[in-house]
Design a binder for this molecule. Structure first.
Ligand code: UD2
Length: 299
């Protein structure tokens, strides 16, 4: 085992590389590497992609990615797919499921042989908040009717993002959340949770651990089914009660992940907001938002 390499420095030439890597990995003392419930937090310099790839290949999994491009958001398709084709689970089987109200506007793109694109027509809603929130319902329905037969793991991603570095099998686990790039330094009481008790997304004051971004979450198909079904139930009950959570489905996601702890967390490297100045601990920007004029693009 690699632990033995540390205790017995007399390693072979081949194994020396691992030894060096272990020391490099162990040098990350600037960030939290594990949650208090023992879920690993993925940061650059804490894992070896070659080892993970070799393990993962033996399993021959298929990963699905659900993303939405409704109304003016079709403009983000090319940047998303072009960069995901190159950097998302490179060399592994991925089905991209693109929901759009404008299938005719999807640019024809040549994807890697192990990647495929499925375009699914979807209706639009007049309010952008409804487009965003209804993703939970649509994902839950498609898992029940299709994806549980087609993929092993499923990730939901915003479309207005671009990838700049590899996002590999280190993201694969049963239930995975991404720590928001806006909230990772703040104490739990100053973050963006919904606190109004009338909302189904409410988290009582003083409770909460990480704040998760709704732009990128996922896990096994069955866990994502439970998550999206529960979150949309919260959205529906809020609607019936005439209330909308502060950050829409992101608030419901945060409530769910507080009480159903993720088995793996992705650091803000996996969704970096371009509005923010990048601190030294973010060594790589794997995925970041595309700057957009909110008023123009949402209406
Ligand atoms: C945050 C969340 C987002 C969602 C939203 C709800 C992050 C980084 N992002 O982003 O996931 O929770 O807040 O308040 O945490 N969309 C369309 N057409 C539209 C509007 C939205 O296709 O007209 C889709 C598209 O896939 C987009 C996603 O919905 O990426 C989320 O919308 P957004 O990116 O405008 O939301 P934003 O940036 O406030």
């Amino acid at each position: 085992s690699y632990v033995n390499h540390l205790t017995f420095p007399l390693v072979t030439r081949h194994k020396k590389n691992h030894l060096i890597w272990i020391f490099k990995g162990a040098m990350r003392t600037d960030v939290l590497l594990m949650s208090p419930w023992l879920a690993p937090i993925m940061w650059e310099g804490t894992f070896n992609r070659d080892i993970l790839n070799a393990q993962y290949r033996q399993k021959n999994f298929v990963v699905g990615v659900a993303t939405f491009a409704v109304k003016k958001y079709v403009r983000f398709i090319e940047g998303f797919l072009g960069s995901a084709n190159k950097f998302f689970l490179s060399g592994h089987r991925v089905n991209f499921y693109l929901f759009t109200d404008h299938p005719e506007k999807v640019p024809s793109m040549k994807l890697a042989p192990e990647k495929s694109l499925v375009i699914i027509p979807v209706q639009n809603y007049s309010r952008w908040q409804d487009i965003s929130m209804n993703r939970m319902d649509i994902i839950s329905n498609h898992i029940r009717t299709h994806w549980r037969y087609e993929v092993d793991y499923l990730y939901s991603m915003d479309i207005d993002v671009q990838m700049f570095e590899h996002i590999g099998v280190e993201i694969i686990d049963t239930l995975v959340g991404t720590i928001s790039s806006w909230q990772y330094t703040k104490p739990r009481d100053s973050n963006s949770y919904e606190r109004r008790p009338e909302s189904r997304a409410a988290i009582p004051s003083g409770e909460g651990d990480f704040y998760y971004a709704a732009s990128f979450y996922g896990g096994s198909v069955s866990e994502v089914y439970k998550l999206t079904t529960a979150c949309f139930k919260g959205v529906t009950e809020d609607r019936a009660n005439g209330i909308e959570a502060k950050w829409h489905e992101e608030s419901h996601l945060n409530k769910y992940l507080l009480y159903h702890k993720p088995t793996r967390l992705l650091s803000p490297e996996y969704y970096w907001d371009e509005e923010l100045i990048r601190p030294r601990i973010i060594r790589v920007k794997r995925l970041s938002s595309v700057r957009k004029d909110l008023k123009e693009v949402r209406f």
